[in-house]
Design a binder for this molecule. Structure first.
Ligand SMILES: Cc1cc2nc3c(=O)[nH]c(=O)nc-3n(C[C@H](O)[C@H](O)[C@H](O)COP(=O)(O)O)c2cc1C
Length: 280
């Protein structure tokens, strides 16, 4: 199969998972190409692809707005498609993040053959320990090996979402109109900013421009956290969300946390997810 991966990723977790899935599919004899979902980027050419992955992080139990906007314009077709997501916690509420993409894709002629969701470290809220990050990555890799085999057989599972979870996700869609307003109030700590432009270069929404050596935030923010997370000197301040700011890449190849070291927050949920992954 010739597989196309369309990826939206704020801080790199989703991209990493998608790249690992592509590696696994290549090992099974398939080819994989990548396309970044970015504002103003021309639509990808879909001719010649037998299968398409749409990859994105869960944002407030939903798909990020640039992803749904991209899908609405995506060329019509009827090849099998998969949704691949990364999330910060193994919560069933996150299953709702496939609802809008599935509805849009159906209208464009596609059938979603499967949904895959992997827990990766939080890029907002609080910083997971590197041990937790490494254990998450270990679990994701095991799941990717299993899921690639399902794709190889054009199999997969589509999530069913109950009414309560749908309602919770619907309520949090307020994030979509709220983030551009909040994002406009992001700024940098002038005593720290070195004007390197990493925030502007990494913003998938093209929302940051450099003016007189300092970033200027526009009205197209979707709260992906790329700017705050990737700033090499932790200079970006994210307004009301600042207490939840997470800065700096995780080390995923380190020593995985033991069961005792699994974070107290949602301890049971994470432990269950890790144990299930280790059975694979
Ligand atoms: C605005 C925002 C909202 C988020 N909401 C959720 C959520 O509802 N559930 C969850 O498990 N993780 C949530 N996360 C965490 C991300 O889904 C997670 O860290 C993901 O791996 C980030 O992927 P990326 O690096 O590709 O952007 C949220 C992150 C951001 C920035």
């Amino acid at each position: 199969m010739n597989v196309l991966f369309c990826v939206f990723s704020g801080t790199g977790n989703t991209r990493r998972v998608a790249l690992r899935m592509a590696e696994e599919l290549r090992a099974l004899g398939h080819t994989a190409s990548f396309y970044d979902i970015k504002k103003k980027a021309p639509m990808p050419e879909t001719e010649g692809f037998d299968c398409i992955f749409f990859c994105y992080p869960v944002h407030a139990f939903n798909a990020p707005k640039p992803v749904t906007a991209f899908l609405k314009k995506f060329p019509r077709g009827n090849v099998p498609v998969y949704l691949l997501r990364s999330e910060g916690e193994p919560s069933k509420l996150n299953d709702a993040s496939g609802i809008s993409p599935k509805r849009i894709l159906k209208k464009r002629g596609y059938l979603v053959a499967g949904e895959f969701i992997y827990v990766m470290p939080y890029n907002i809220m609080f910083r997971h320990s590197d041990g937790m990050a490494a254990r998450m990555w270990q679990a994701a890799e095991r799941r990717i090996v299993r899921d690639a085999r399902a794709v190889d057989a054009l199999g997969g599972e589509v999530k069913r979402v109950n009414l309560i979870r749908r309602a919770a996700a619907f309520a949090l869609r307020i994030e979509h109109p709220a983030m551009p307003v909040l994002g406009k109030t992001f700024h940098v700590d002038k005593t720290k900013c070195v004007g390197c432009g990493a925030c502007a270069a990494g913003c998938p929404c093209g929302n940051i421009t450099m003016e007189n050596g300092r970033p200027k935030f526009g009205m197209a923010c979707v709260g992906c956290m790329g700017c705050a997370f990737l700033c090499p000197v932790d200079a970006v301040r994210i307004s009301l969300l600042n207490p939840w700011r997470v800065n700096g890449r995780y080390v995923l190849e380190g020593t995985p946390a033991t069961d005792e070291e699994v974070c107290r927050y949602l301890h049971k949920m994470y432990t269950r997810y890790f144990h299930e992954s280790e059975q694979l």
